[in-house]
Design a protein around this ligand. Structure first.
Ligand code: HEM
Ligand SMILES: CC(C)=CCC/C(C)=C/CC/C(C)=C/COP(=O)(O)OP(=O)(O)O
Length: 317
């Protein structure tokens, strides 16, 4: 029994609210929403209905919060044993697992209803499948059993991009799957860079993260390969798919160049935790700015501006 009734009884109403908020691992959600938004803007060719945006981001937030809450219930034993996660609401005794489960179910129901009613059934089903995949495939099946846990399980984190596209178009096109692939391929460099830093915590509780089982060198090699493939994949959105244009290409190549550079540095100093930390932090800025690039490129004003510049250049030559 890891919960202490004492800490539950002493909480004020505000502290209880704060504990439920912490249960949803709120710091990760904005980036999930940014990938959803990037996808929505491309799908809507730069003209997203503000109400649909609000509904989709709210539905996505509720789904991600539900998934993270169930993860917190399932992982309460290992969370208690790891320094980094010991203060989460369940292992620290602030919330009972049963109450957390009711909360998670309520969030999932609200997410599905909101998306099904105000977006469409495909978007609602995709968000729901994200919860199921993250809980069953990542948390239950892979996390404690395979070094490939975050590669396959990482697909859950790429589903919000599909939700965004589906909310706008009601279908999934090649471009939607490509944005999914970008987030999917980005996840290993993102997470393994962090896992290099917190390897000992995972080793302590027997979680077979790649650096724990195969060591630093094997991990940085994998990070290097995934970084190269991620950056290469971002360009497919421009060619052959023609879903994004020149502005996005310039942003993706510049950001990608820095991603490759940081990953290269880690490849040559696998034990340097500062370099690993830099890559982890950059991976977050990278995804954020890449999605911003998708949005900027899709805007009608950008199209008009680019057409004007090309016409001028044509005229001069
Ligand atoms: C299976 C895939 C993933 C795993 C295992 C993973 C794991 C982690 C972990 C352990 C942290 C540290 C959080 C903490 O200290 O509590 C973290 C941070 C973060 N992750 Fe991931 N992540 C994954 C995928 C994603 C995805 C898909 C996104 C968004 C697109 C994302 C966005 C972030 C952000 C923004 C942070 C920084 C949060 C902060 O400011 O502390 N992660 N991730
Ligand atoms: C559409 C939808 C519902 C998508 C949800 C996807 C989702 C919740 C992705 C988050 C991925 C993530 C941050 C995992 C943390 O791993 P962990 O929990 O193993 O990390 P820990 O070691 O901090 O517990």
């Amino acid at each position: 029994m890891i919960e202490t009734n004492v800490s539950r009884q002493n909480q004020t109403f505000l502290q209880v609210i704060q504990s439920y908020y912490q249960l949803t691992k709120p710091r990760i959600i904005p980036l999930l929403l940014i990938t959803t938004a990037g996808s929505m803007w491309i799908a809507a060719q730069g003209q997203v209905d503000p109400l649909l945006l609000l509904v989709t981001l709210t539905g996505g937030t509720l789904a991600a919060a539900s998934a993270q809450t169930i993860n917190c219930i399932y992982d309460r034993d290992i969370d208690y044993d790891m320094e980094r996660t010991r203060h989460r609401p369940i292992p620290s005794g602030k919330i009972q697992p049963r109450d957390a489960l009711i909360f998670a179910i309520a969030l999932a129901v609200m997410s599905f209803t909101l998306l099904a009613v105000f977006a469409n059934l495909l978007a609602a089903s995709l968000a729901f499948s994200g919860i199921i995949f993250y809980v069953l495939v990542y948390t239950h099946w892979l996390k404690r059993h395979s070094t490939q846990n975050i590669v396959i399980g990482g697909a859950a984190g790429a589903i919000p991009a599909l939700v965004g596209w589906a909310a706008v178009t009601g279908t999934l096109s090649w471009a939607a799957w490509l944005i999914f692939a970008i987030v999917f391929l980005w996840t290993p460099p993102h997470f393994w860079a962090l896992a290099l830093m917190i390897r000992d915590d995972y080793a302590k509780v027997g979680i077979p993260m790649l650096p724990v089982v195969e060591g630093d060198m094997a991990t940085v090699k994998q990070i290097w390969y995934y970084t190269l493939v991620t950056v290469g994949t971002t360009i497919l959105l421009v060619y052959p798919l023609h879903a994004s244009g020149f502005v996005y290409a310039a942003i993706a190549l510049s950001l990608g160049g820095l991603f490759v550079h940081k990953s290269w540095r880690l490849l040559h100093s696998p034990e340097d935790r500062t370099v690993a930390r830099e890559l982890f932090l950059y991976s977050i800025s990278y995804m954020m700015l890449l999605c911003l690039g998708m949005v900027i490129d899709s805007l009608p004003i950008t199209h008009n501006l680019m057409t004007m510049i090309i016409t001028q250049l044509h005229f001069i030559s």
